[in-house]
Design a protein. Structure first.
Lengths: 250, 417
């Protein structure tokens, strides 16, 4: 197994406020980790910090991805090296079609890797296959990015982007929020298709229900910007039954 | 204040001298029209410094260029000028420094009136709007115009070929002929009017359009801001698209009158000044009939030290029912030094109307940039994508696919230059 992500004593501020306070986490290849926690515990801050959002400042600590210090890499280089962030609130970009966007993203990664652009036919074959996996109709792909998409369609579109970009580490920030049961099954099936022995996932969620379809290797409980307990899927079930209070306010 | 130079006697004297020297080969009635316009212009200038409507326009610069440059110069031929143009199978009508030159056969519904035409056509120089805001361009047009273009469709005529009017300026000055378009009952036409090869000030381009019952017009202005008066009878449908890449100073004044029931106007403009250029746009819509509808959509992309402005006003009179009006202005500021002024106004005096207006201005959305970058797209390309998407939201609504492609190509070419 290879160490994919290693977070050491991480402290993150947003403006003057400390959000992440001494986080430690190691993710190895092939592993799926789930982070659960109440609102405001810092889960999304962690996701955005790994992706490189400029408003989230690392005060101290390290995020090492495949032996590289992420804080030294631009947002786009992190992506091109295989870090993918699935957004909690996917952004709408009217006027830029999903197809053009995906093609640009894939070719940016290929350029970074020293490869030629993907041929139009290979791109379209791949796009057709993967859009079917997440139940996105072809007509949606010619629309602006997430333009006029329902909540579920936006989340499925995030999973489509993940499948197309073939990252090494997928961070999915509350991908299950706002999904009906059918959409959740589709999203889970897309994530499961992505999982293999060389890839890793970090799934951030409020609820145990997504984990009924994606079985994590580890479940972490996040509170006040740090992990306060780690367990397996049984921990998620306990949280569903008992809430967070028995851990956050024992 | 920029407008103060308008009161200078020298400026009027220079125009007076021009009228005296330029008119020797013109018929008497035309010289009289010029002199009368000059007199009126003198009166307007004495009041214009108090006019708030000119405050955003570098009017002194425009007039300075107008007078300083030898805009007549020698006559041009098609061979002298690099005319890269798509739209190959269109009817092309060329004007150089406001004067017609072309060897192509022109259909009978298009009339070129040169400076020797008879007095019976002088009505083409009349203007029905005497406000200060509109008079300056119209009066300057009257003072210097020689040729005129008249497009007169016949009843039930549907013109299939695109009419492409091209203004060329090889002498760094944009002087326009007077243009008038009369659409007869139930006729239709598509027109493109384009300014080639110039970023210099544009001031005296004027056009009057009258649409009779049941007629339909698609009108595209390419880098050709101008002064447009439009009158629509009942059941008419007019679509205007204006692409303005900016000039030393440019100003467009549009006045649309919806005179008949079920008249519909849709007006979109994309203005993109950069460097220290400016681009100013004014539109006034009068709903003068029941069940008339208007849609105004202006977008500005302002870069470097450029300055853009939008002033829009929709008026619905008290007795007019069942009208609908939509007005939107969105602006993208690409540098810390770029400036925009936007004023959308609704004057509604009747409850039986559906109206909305909005204006937004700002820089590129940081969250959108972040989103694109998380997909591996670098800062430069991400910004380009967002600018393009902002533009495409407007241009994607151009009715004609051919014109949509043409406009997008011009934008791309301008961007690469």
């Amino acid at each position: 197994m290879t160490k994919i992500l290693s977070i050491k004593d991480l402290h993150v501020d947003v403006g003057e406020t400390a959000i992440v306070n001494g986080l430690n986490l190691v993710i190895e290849s092939g592993e799926t980790h789930a982070i659960m926690g109440p609102n405001g515990s810092g889960k999304s801050t962690l996701a955005k910090t790994i992706a490189g959002h400029p408003d989230y400042k690392i005060r101290s600590g390290k995020i090492i991805y495949m032996d590289r210090d992420l804080s030294e890499l631009s947002i786009e280089d992190r992506s091109n090296l295989g870090v993918f962030l699935g957004f909690q609130y996917p952004i709408e970009i009217p006027g830029l079609s999903n197809t053009a966007f995906l093609k640009a993203a894939i070719n940016a990664k290929r350029k970074y890797q020293g490869l030629d652009d993907l041929s139009a036919s290979d791109f379209l074959i791949d796009l057709k296959e993967k859009s079917q996996m997440v139940d996105i109709e072809q007509k949606f792909l010619s629309r602006g990015v997430n333009e006029g998409f329902s909540g579920g369609e936006k989340k499925r579109n995030e999973i489509l982007q993940m499948l197309m970009l073939e990252p090494t580490l997928a961070i999915l920030d509350e991908t299950d929020s706002g999904l009906d049961i059918d959409s959740m099954k589709v999203v889970a099936s897309g994530v499961n298709a992505f999982r293999n022995e060389t890839t890793s996932s970090l799934i951030i969620t409020h609820y145990e229900r997504l984990l009924n379809y994606i079985t994590p290797d580890y479940v972490h409980v996040f509170h006040n910007g740090a992990i306060i307990k780690t367990g397996d899927i049984q921990l998620a079930k306990d949280l569903e039954d008992r809430g967070y209070e028995w851990l956050t306010n024992p | 204040m920029a407008n103060q130079s308008l009161n200078q006697t020298d400026h009027i004297n220079e125009l007076h001298e021009f009228v005296q020297n330029d008119g020797h080969d013109l018929p008497d009635w035309m010289n009289r029209t010029r002199e009368s316009a000059l007199e009126e212009y003198r009166n307007v200038c004495s009041k214009i410094s108090k006019s708030a409507t000119w405050k955003n326009t570098k009017i002194d610069l425009m007039l300075h260029e107008f007078l300083e440059k030898e805009f007549r110069g020698q006559s041009a031929s098609l061979n002298d000028i690099d005319l890269e143009s798509g739209l190959d199978d269109s009817i092309k009508i060329y004007f150089h420094a406001g004067m017609f030159f072309c060897n192509e056969d022109i259909p009978t519904y298009i009339k070129i009136l040169n400076h020797q035409y008879s007095e019976e056509n002088r009505s083409i120089f009349d203007q029905d709007n005497k406000s200060d805001r509109q008079s300056i361009p119209y009066l300057l047009n009257n003072i210097v115009s020689r040729d005129a273009l008249l497009i007169d469709t016949t009843v039930n005529q549907h013109v299939e070929r695109l009419v492409h009017i091209i203004h060329v300026s090889s002498k760094k000055i944009n002087v326009a002929p007077r243009v008038k378009i009369n659409l007869a009952k139930n006729s239709s036409i598509k027109i493109v009017e384009e300014q080639h090869q110039s970023i210099n000030s544009i001031i005296n381009h004027c056009i009057d359009i009258n649409c009779s019952e049941g007629s339909s017009l698609q009108y595209y202005k390419i880098n050709h801001p101008q002064n447009l008066n439009l009158n629509q009878d009942g059941n008419t449908d007019v679509t205007l698209f204006n692409l303005d890449l900016g000039a030393d100073s440019s100003s467009s004044l549009n006045h649309f009158k919806l005179n008949g029931e079920n008249s519909n106007i849709s007006c979109s403009t994309l203005f993109m000044p950069s460097d220290d250029r400016s681009s100013h746009h004014n539109v006034v819509i009068d709903h003068l009939s029941d069940k008339s509808s208007s849609s105004v959509n202006f977008r500005g992309v302002i870069n470097d030290q450029a300055f853009g402005s939008f002033f829009g006003k929709v008026r619905v009179a008290k007795e007019r029912r069942g009208t609908s009006a939509f007005m939107q202005n969105k602006n993208l500021l690409l540098s810390d030094n770029s400036k925009i002024s936007t004023v959308p106004i609704l004057e509604i005096y009747n409850d039986d109307t559906e109206c909305s207006h909005s204006a937004t201005s700002g820089s590129l959305d940081k969250e959108k940039l972040f989103y694109l970058k998380t997909r591996g797209i670098n800062e430069h390309d991400a910004k380009e994508f967002l600018i393009k998407s902002f533009i495409d939201e407007l241009t994607s609504h151009i009715k004609s696919r051919r014109m949509r492609n043409y406009v997008n190509e011009l934008i791309l070419r301008n961007h690469e230059a």
